[in-house]
Write a protein that binds this ligand. Structure first.
Ligand code: UDP
Ligand code: MG
Length: 339
């Protein structure tokens, strides 16, 4: 009989004390069912990454881990954001395949079985695609649509629309993501960047089972800026062309004024038009500087070479907490290559 494959389920959690228990029950039901299927045995582990919760999330993870040694916890030292939490989970997971999913059951556990089937059939990445997002607000759907269209227009790496973080990654894909050195991690983009043969499974996204969404308007806006500045240079280089076009227009306008002055003499032209042009150009310049600022902020952040997260504690399968940073560094980085 073939050896069992190990499936890791990586779950970033932030203030989700009520969601841990139901999540473990729901996912284990599906995994146990899949494990007894004809395709061969499956072992699993559930790796919760507590992203600096202020409620009893860590205690809930500890409980779940003491009930079942297949549940583990990685507690980050503060809230680093979902992207960093997923990064930590992928680095800590041991599985032959890793499934990243939200804890709130908006990513239906039933899909996990279908993902595993596709993976066994040869897919290296199986991403879940939402065919119905009516559980999300109309504004969120509209702005998300704009984001994907803009992003995919101006960057070489295409992010499939309506695909969230919920996906299965083969070990090879996980290793590829773990090897990426950047610490500002827009995971949807990184998942697309690594490539690999990707298949999709469709689902209707239900409403949150418990608790509330952590992503407000401002956070989503910053997330969108993060995505675009991570994967497109167009906002940075477009100013050359805008500047050139405006200069050409100004030159043409200057020529016209000279001709007009020679032909008709000087009149007292509009104060209003001068003001409009000045303000318009001033606004454009500030906008351009602002865009530069977004990129420089990213360079500044990357240049500091801080790890994307810090682990405060690991809760292992026997629920014996390991305090402090253990043998494994928060993130393995390639050594700097001297010039
Ligand atoms: N999450 C996290 N860190 C954060 C914010 C969210 O780990 O700073 C987790 C959260 O606990 C959940 C997942 O990311 O498991 C998705 O969050 P949420 O359901 O709030 O997002 P939405 O479904 O509204 O997009
Ligand atoms: Mg959610």
């Amino acid at each position: 009989m073939s050896a069992a494959v190990l499936i890791s389920v990586v779950v970033p959690v932030f203030n989700e004390e009520t969601a841990i228990g139901p999540f473990v029950a729901a996912v284990q039901t599906v995994l146990n069912e899949a494990a007894s299927g004809p395709a061969g045995p499956i072992d699993h582990e559930i790796v919760f990454v507590d992203d600096g919760s202020g409620d009893a999330t860590a205690a809930a993870i500890r409980n779940a881990a003491s009930d079942d040694p297949r549940v583990r916890g990685v507690l980050l030292s503060r809230n680093f954001g979902k992207e960093a939490a997923m990064t930590a989970g992928l680095a800590e997971a041991h599985g032959d395949a890793v499934i990243v999913m939200d804890v709130d059951l908006q990513d239906p556990p039933e899909l996990v079985a279908r993902m595993i089937d596709r993976w066994r059939a040869g897919a290296k990445v199986v991403a879940a695609r939402r065919i119905d997002r009516s559980a999300d607000s109309a504004l969120k759907r509209l702005t998300a649509g704009w984001f994907y269209r803009l992003h995919n227009r101006i960057s070489a790496i295409q992010i499939p629309e309506n695909v969230g973080d919920f996906r299965l990654l083969d070990r090879a894909a996980v290793d590829a993501v773990n090897a990426l050195p950047e610490n500002r991690r827009f995971m949807k983009g990184l998942f697309a960047w690594i490539g690999f043969n990707t298949e999709f499974v469709d689902f209707r996204r239900p409403a949150r089972e418990t608790g509330e969404s952590k992503f407000s308007g401002w956070r989503l806006w910053r997330f969108a800026v993060e995505g675009i500045t991570s994967f497109s240079e167009l906002p940075l280089v477009v100013w050359t062309y805008i500047g050139f076009t405006v200069s050409m227009l100004a030159l043409g306008f200057a020529g016209w004024i000279i001709v007009k002055t020679l032909a008709f003499g000087i009149d007292t032209p509009g104060y209003a038009s001068t003001l409009v042009v000045t303000l318009f150009l001033g606004g454009m310049q500030l906008l351009g500087i602002g865009v530069l600022g977004e990129y420089i902020a990213r360079i500044y952040d990357e240049a500091k070479r801080r790890p994307p997260y810090v682990i405060a504690e690991r809760i292992d399968g026997d629920a014996r907490p390991v305090a402090g940073q253990t043998e494994k560094p928060a993130m393995v980085r390639p050594l700097p290559t001297g010039k």
